[in-house]
Ligand binder design. Structure first.
Ligand code: ADE
Length: 231
């Protein structure tokens, strides 16, 4: 079984609708949908925004369903000026940009207890995601660090700071929390994000305009990966 997690309905609704022989199980505040998706046994969930929602959902999914890997998919703001709206970013790793004990001498982003700044993403899954994403016409695909925090980034100065600290290609609100849960339990993890906005002052408007289109692209990539159509 494989696991798929998105934060919002718009990021998951097409995949949810395509699940066959579905069952639904609610655990705490999370609803897990299981069944066959494009020929694969899958468990899907909409975790809600933010790191705690995402970590609880991923942890619950892992303990209950033991997925062989988990993919977090959805939209994100651009982390780098060379990343455009509707480009896609596949994570090499993920950081929690708002985890900050630097006043105690730690590097910004160091997650205490785990003692890591960057949570790894699985290289083989990344390759499959990149090959599939490259099949979506007119889309640029980037690989790099994805930065996660409990804020919607809508100021160029904030985007710039996150990029300077972590070299982030995309900013969003769940990926590193899901990678953290996966790291904790030894489950391979992937993060695929399609860019809905520039993480700047235009973001609230651009997000409204492009989120649905960007989300559709990530759902098409997942379909290609699960159908094994990644040339
Ligand atoms: N998801 C989509 N756009 C985002 C942004 N600008 N900041 C955080 N999460 C996002």
């Amino acid at each position: 079984m494989i696991g798929l997690i998105g934060a919002m309905a718009v990021e998951m609704e097409k995949l949810m609708a395509d699940v066959e022989d579905r069952t639904e199980t609610t655990v705490g505040m999370d609803r897990y949908v299981t069944g066959r998706l494009y020929g694969q046994e899958a468990v899907l969930a909409i975790c809600g925004p933010g790191k705690v929602n995402a970590a609880l959902c991923a942890g619950g999914m892992i303990l209950r369903y033991h997925p062989q890997w988990i993919l977090n998919l959805g939209v994100a703001g651009a982390g780098d000026r060379d990343v455009g709206i509707c480009d896609m970013v596949v994570a090499t790793g993920a950081v929690q940009h708002d985890f900050d004990t630097s006043h105690l001498g730690d590097p910004v982003g160091l997650v205490s207890k785990i003692n890591l700044v960057e949570f790894p993403c699985d290289a083989a899954l990344r390759e499959r995601l990149v090959r599939a994403a490259e099949q979506i016409p007119g889309i640029h695909v980037h690989c790099g660090v994805i930065a996660t925090g409990d804020q919607f980034i809508d100021r160029e100065a904030d985007r710039e700071r996150i990029h300077r600290l972590f070299g982030a290609k995309a900013v969003e609100m769940e990926g590193a929390a899901i990678a953290h849960a996966c790291y904790t339990y030894g489950v391979p993890c992937g993060i695929l994000r399609s860019i809905s906005d520039g993480a700047n002052e235009q973001s609230p408007m651009d997000f409204g305009t492009f989120a649905a289109l960007a989300a559709d692209h990530t759902q098409r990539v997942v379909e290609l990966v699960l159908k094994g159509l990644t040339a």
